[in-house]
Write a protein that binds this ligand. Sequence first.
Ligand SMILES: *Cc1c(COP(=O)(O)O)cnc(C)c1O
Length: 243
Amino acid sequence: MTSNSLSEDAGIAMRLRDVRERMAVAAARAGRAPESISLLAVSKTFGSEAVRAAYGAGQRAFGENYVQEALGKIAQLADLTDIEWHFIGRIQANKTRQIATHFHWVHGLVDFDHARRLSEQRPAGWPPLQVCIQVNLSGEDSKAGVAPREVGDLIAACATLQGLRVRGLMALPAALEGEAAQRVPFRALRALRDRLAMPGLPLECLSMGMSADLEAAILEGATLVRIGTAIFGGRSYNPSRGG
Ligand SMILES: *Cc1c(COP(=O)(O)O)cnc(C)c1O
């Protein structure tokens, strides 16, 4: 197994500290408790040694986009038993079993057939898979996501399934310049959540905000920000989209 140099490990620890500081400053501006916002470290394209370095700096939740790449890291890091793995990529029907048996969370659910497969494939006796529905707000970068008017029906359908629990909504808005512009889609996601939440289904998780716009997301109520570049550095390649 390769390992990072000490300076690479120190760089990850330092950037993690910077990200936590940005989150704390944004939380203070929003008048929110910093503990009400969790940090998901997005480790796609980086190796298990980078995850191990972040873990060593106290990080526990990691996000991965590609199933095959993630399974390798999950196996190499099996000794770190309290890592929480989040699948944040595009779900493919032929990968749902691996997702259901290796991850704790799925952001980016867009399809009831995928939900049904994940439900059936989640091993009996395991805690439910924690799920966020991805919403396609207007101006979305990727075309992925459920149209806002269809989110309620998908949540209601998923609520009937065993083995998974809908925790909230996720969005991946197109990159925008400036905090005021960045806040607009995040505000829309929060408003949709407020409209759809009901007793017993609080949809308390708002998974929104990345390296370039985490402040805007926190100001609009994000409870989980997904941060890659600001922790691990720039991504130099796109792994195969084979997942
Ligand atoms: C890659 C990715 C991120 C992290 O983006 P950065 O800009 O590197 O922080 C967050 N969410 C999703 C869904 C991603 O695919």
